[in-house]
Design a protein around this ligand. Structure first.
Ligand SMILES: Cc1cc2nc3c(=O)[nH]c(=O)nc-3n(C[C@H](O)[C@H](O)[C@H](O)COP(=O)(O)OP(=O)(O)OC[C@H]3O[C@@H](n4cnc5c(N)ncnc54)[C@H](O)[C@@H]3O)c2cc1C
Length: 385
């Protein structure tokens, strides 16, 4: 057995809610209860990916609940990852429309803080915290998903910057976002060192040469896109980090992307509906409902533990992968259990939620790294491969 592996590799030490966190949780709950009562939104599954509502994002910003972990000198609130965890968990539990700011708040801001120049931080972080600038993720390509190092988008040096050409795919929200980080190859592929020669560019999605084509999902929704970059000019001051260090950038982004409560709460409004239904019908409680409560509670503890590890600047990629594998399977199971509880021919509000959750279900275990690939990451972290 490798000696470096400990229980903390899979789940870092758990911290319980402080009184401040409990107060914050209550404040967020009160706000959300009022918003739902006022008809500001209807709880929806997978709202963090598909419910884009800039007014709602700005309401959160006005309360200091966007850019919480951004330092105050960049327009943020200098709060902890654990406090952000409390806010995001409450938003997801009621399926609030948070897609507009989700990617910017979750991974773009921490990446800019870690790799951005002072000018980039000043230019973008205050706008992210204000809910005034929205971002996408430009990693995947038609032939590069799990194997991201095979991206074919290319950056070629020109006077004053770079010309970037290639196609990104499955780009959530690109048709509404202002910008994304595009991963591109800036040096020829060396088969022995495939992770070298990659760079990240900050691409203004309104630039000349950017063409965004919709991909319509099987349920008729449009949140995915193909983004074609046709010799888009990127000035030198819009390179993120060093040229050639793109792999370090994307892997660090993925640690933020994989461990949050959105990896187990995407279908929580459906689970809440199942509980309501069981109560209303006074049905004998299905043991699956109890088992799911246990899974969700464990995931809550594990995900919160990762937020604590991020706060302490500890390595948490294996623990984040564990949360993502177990969490996305759980949220998918909720959709399927709920589907079994629907009555053919009935089409009430609950059934509509369930059908929506079920149509989103295939994406849960794919986006942000597939279950199979993450099991490989976990095995490597445990010294098994
Ligand atoms: C809802 C949703 C939103 C998304 N949003 C974005 C976005 O905004 N931006 C973005 O860049 N991308 C986005 N993606 C793309 C996502 O990151 C990719 O779908 C994912 O990385 C998998 O890549 P792929 O689809 O090319 O599948 P592939 O990598 O081709 O995988 C196909 C199958 O092979 C398996 N497989 C592949 N390699 C291995 C291996 N080494 N070992 C075992 N099994 C393997 C996979 O598990 C999978 O089952 C999104 C995807 C979804 C579903």
């Amino acid at each position: 057995m490798p000696t470096t592996v400990s229980a903390a590799t899979i789940s870092p030490s758990v911290i319980t809610d402080t009184p401040q966190m409990a107060t914050l949780r209550a404040e967020v709950r009160d706000f959300l209860t009022e918003e739902i009562a006022a008809g500001a939104f209807r709880p929806t599954p997978d709202s963090w990916l598909s419910r884009w509502d800039e007014d709602f994002s700005r309401k959160l910003a006005a309360r200091g609940w966007l850019g919480m972990t951004i330092p105050t000198e960049y327009g943020g609130h200098g709060r902890t990852f654990l406090e952000r965890f409390v806010v995001t968990e409450e938003l997801l539990a009621v399926g609030a429309p948070v897609a507009a700011h989700w990617i910017a708040d979750r991974q773009i801001a921490p990446s800019l803080l870690r790799f951005g120049t002072e000018e980039q931080k000043q230019a973008f972080l205050p706008r992210i915290a204000a809910g005034d600038m929205y971002w996408g993720i430009g990693m995947s390509e038609p032939d590069s998903g799990s194997d991201l190092a095979s991206v074919r988008t290319r950056g070629v040096p020109v006077e004053g910057g770079w010309r970037v050409t290639g196609t990104k795919v499955w780009t959530s929200g690109a048709h509404e976002a202002d910008a994304f980080f595009a991963l591109a190859r800036t040096a020829p592929l060396d088969p022995q060192h495939r992770h070298q020669g990659l760079s990240q560019f900050i691409v203004d999605l309104h630039s000349e040469g950017v063409e965004i084509r919709p991909i319509v999902s099987m349920n008729g929704e449009h949140h995915f896109n193909e983004v074609h970059l046709n010799e888009v000019f990127i000035p030198d001051n819009r390179v993120l980090g060093e040229i050639g260090s793109g792999w370090t950038g994307v892997t660090s982004e993925l640690a933020y992307e994989r461990s949050g409560p959105e990896r187990y709460l995407s279908t929580f409004p459906v689970y809440a509906g199942l509980l309501d239904q069981a109560r209303a019908e006074r049905a004998s409680v299905d043991s699956r409902l109890g088992a799911t409560a246990g899974r969700l509670f464990g995931l809550h503890q594990m995900s919160r533990a990762v937020a604590g590890a991020l706060e302490r600047h500890e390595q948490a990629d294996v623990a984040a992968s564990v949360v993502k594998v177990l969490g996305t399977l759980t949220e998918g199971d909720i959709a399927e259990d709920a589907h079994l509880a629907t009555i053919p021919g009935r089409d009430d509000e609950f059934d509509q939620l369930v059908h929506l959750a079920l149509s989103h279900r295939p994406g849960f275990t794919l986006r942000g790294g597939t279950v199979e690939v993450l099991r490989g990451v976990i095995a490597r972290g445990l010294g098994l491969r």
